[in-house]
Design a protein around this ligand. Sequence first.
Ligand code: SAM
Length: 344
Amino acid sequence: MLDRFQRKITRLRISVTDLCNLYCVYCRPPQGVHHMPRKEILSFEEITLVARCAAQLGVRSFRLTGGEPLTRRNLKSLVASLSSIPGVEDLAMTTNGVLLRRYARALKEAGLMRINISLDSLQKERFRQITGGGNIEDVLEGIEAAVDAGFEQVKVNMVVMRGINEDEVEDFARLSMDKPLEVRFIEYMAFGCRMIEEKKFVPGQEVLERIRKVGDLVLADAENPCRGGAARSGRTAPPLRGPAKCYRLKGARGVLGLILPVSQPFCGDCNRLRLTSQGKLRACLLSGGEVDLKTILRSEYLVSHGKPSASLEKALVEAFIKASNMKPAIHSGRGEPVMCQIGG
Ligand code: SAM
């Protein structure tokens, strides 16, 4: 599926819940979040139908997010359904890691391939403050559990923020020395025109300079360890590209990635759509534009043996094409996405 600007849409982010078990200061809107009643959230069957349709249109890479995806009960059954869809080559999840120790192995067995764990401080008290009461030990144990479970990739994502955690960039870079982790530094996005938020922005170039203090850096893009969708055995398609610029510290087991949505926007290569937990298919994180799939899903009948009717499939395909064509050439940056609902 190509959009108006001939970008090939190969990725779908699926937010499975609008609930989260952390209250990160920079993620939640100041006015708070209005949570949807349970019945307004897509069921696993509905999500699977949407994913099946996306796969038919050439989407190859799926990522579960939230809210916090691990707060959704029995997530492993959704993982199992998605991983069995023909054409799905990459199945990943973004999590805060708090509940990961409990679920890592079962998710791996169900077919999850890769995990990104969000972590913005390695300091106990600072982590507690940023997350509104979280316990860093839970996340560190979750990271260990993910490495032990043998996922193709385990990434740790740090959003670098001025005056909050920028002084920890070097410590995060060192995490890649002994463990096969990919540690990624993400530029903070100040949504809308909130000047106070813009002050938190730290340019990727500054992050790179800090990392260079830790040791010699080599470019690691060519190794392709962090471009998303590491080869699944028997897969023939080329790797799916992600937005990170990758480096390796000399002698390190893991890699470092820089994601620069602000200083080097990657809209020209954007290959993704987003499904919100309430069933909106969103064209762009920052520019709005969405198609309501829930209305389609709930107004069409699923006929015989749980299989979608031809008319439902047709309506979903049309909705995907419509959403793809809503993708702007470059984001306006003026949207005010509720990250904890759309999933970043
Ligand atoms: N609960 C999951 C987690 O913590 O990874 C998934 C949802 S969370 C909204 C997804 C990602 O969005 C997190 O890595 C978070 O740090 C990132 N995020 C939220 N607000 C952001 C902002 N203003 N700029 C950059 N990243 C942001």
